[in-house]
Structures are given as structure tokens and as C-alpha cells.
Design a protein around this ligand. Structure first.
Ligand code: DX5
Ligand code: ZN
Length: 227
């Protein structure tokens, strides 16, 4: 049985003390850190780049995955690799062939992921399903934390899961946007095994319980489907 992994998005953390925030989620047993990088073009918001990542890299040994919400991520892949991330998501909507981006990320020794906006169809996914280590199904419109979970992308998760099961591809399905203990069961039921959560974790009074509850809510679905 898969173990549900939790990746908190530091977008919802207190940026005046990122190290403390990262250590708090580490203590709560998360599996890695999700870094939301926004370029003010692909999305209207602007966040941080490799310089900040290089500094927070010193705070933990947890894996870092950068979610590049950028029109033109190509020139930034190497700076992010140098900043110490383990994996990079680029978006399917940008003007680049997914497999070419994937090769570039792999050539830097990193794991590669493909992020897909809620309204974007899967398209010719059988062509790339075998290349990437992860797919990031967006369940909000990217750009801001704290938005309401959208149910429409659940169908894409189901299709991806069924393709993964049939082809034996090693692709892990991750979901990003509006995830909390109430929405986690539906995405796990659809086939996700890695959950990103920002406000539900950093906005919680009891961060430790928030992490446990999201993981438990997802894991219970897998336990029930086994039994
Ligand atoms: C949205 C980001 C998400 C977001 C998740 O653009 O990609 O990672 O921060 O935050 P919540 O969990 O608050 O929706
Ligand atoms: Zn994200």
C-alpha cells in the first residue's frame, strides 16, 4: 500500500522566519517542502527565486521540489539545481515541449515533474507519462494560496492513475491547491499519493495535528480500499 506523502507549501508560511517554519513542519513529519516560484507573467503573483532557496536549504535535509510557475523556466533550471532542490515542476501550458524540458531537468541530475492547470486537458499524456517522475495536478488556479479546492480536476487524476496502473509507469501523482483533511480523501480516492498543502498547515493553530490529520484522512482511504 502506498504511503501518503505530505509536502507543505511555504507560500503560506511566515517569511520573516522561514527556517523556523520549515523546522516546525519537519518536526510534524512531512516528507518534503514545496516551493512556489511565481514570475508575475505565468501567474500574476511574484514570490522568490534560487537565492532564497539557497539560504533555506541550510535549514533542513528534507527534499525540496520547486514548482516553477514561470513562462520561461529554461534559464532558471540550473540556478535552482545549484540552490539545492531535488526536483523541479514545469507547467504543461508553457511554450515548450514537455519531454524536452524533462530531459533538461534530468540532465542536471534532478527529478522532473509536470504541473497541469485545472482547465488544461491532459492532451497527449501517453507520450510523456513515462518520462517524468511526478505529475502535479492543480486543484486551484495557480498564483495564490488559500483558494477553494476545485473538484473538476479529479477526473484527470483518475485518468492518470488508470494509465499509470495499465502501463506500469513510475509516475507519482501529486495534487496542489485547497488540500486539507476534508478534501484529501477525494484526491487520494482518485489516485493521488503526494499532497501539497499550504494554508491548511501553516494557517492551523496546531500545525502538528494539521499534518497528521491530512495524512490520516488520505491514508484511511487506502486502508479502506484494501480491506
Ligand atoms: C498555488 C500554489 C499552491 C498553493 C497551495 O499557486 O501552487 O502550492 O500555495 O496553497 P493552499 O494549500 O493554501 O491552496
Ligand atoms: Zn504549488
Amino acid at each position: 500500500m502506498a504511503i501518503i506523502q505530505i509536502y507543505p507549501s511555504i507560500l503560506a508560511a511566515d517569511f520573516s522566519c522561514l527556517c523556523t517554519e520549515i523546522r516546525r513542519v519537519e518536526k510534524a513529519g512531512v516528507d518534503g517542502i514545496h516551493l512556489d516560484v511565481m514570475d508575475a507573467h505565468f501567474v500574476p503573483n511574484l514570490t522568490f527565486g534560487p537565492v532564497v532557496v539557497r539560504h533555506i536549504r541550510k535549514c533542513t535535509d528534507l527534499p525540496f521540489w520547486a514548482h516553477l510557475m514561470m513562462d520561461d523556466p529554461g534559464p532558471y533550471l540550473e540556478p535552482f539545481q545549484k540552490s539545492g532542490v531535488q526536483g523541479i515542476f514545469v507547467h504543461l501550458e508553457i511554450n515548450s515541449e514537455p519531454r524536452a524540458m524533462c530531459r533538461q531537468i534530468h540532465s542536471l541530475g534532478l527529478k522532473a515533474g509536470l504541473a497541469i492547470n485545472p482547465e488544461t486537458p491532459l492532451g497527449d499524456f501517453p507520450l510523456w507519462i513515462d518520462s517524468f517522475e511526478r505529475v502535479l495536478v492543480m486543484t486551484v488556479h495557480p498564483g495564490f494560496g488559500g483558494q477553494a479546492f476545485m473538484t473538476e480536476p479529479l477526473e484527470k487524476i483518475r485518468r492518470l492513475k488508470s494509465a499509470v496502473d495499465t502501463t506500469g509507469a513510475e509516475l507519482q501523482i501529486e495534487v496542489d491547491g485547497g488540500i486539507d483533511e476534508h478534501t484529501a480523501p477525494s484526491v487520494v480516492e482518485a489516485g493521488a499519493e503526494i499532497l501539497v498543502a499550504g494554508s491548511a498547515i501553516f494557517g492551523a493553530e496546531d500545525l502538528f495535528s494539521a499534518v497528521q490529520n491530512i495524512r490520516k484522512a488520505g491514508q484511511n482511504v487506502l486502508v479502506k480500499s484494501k480491506g
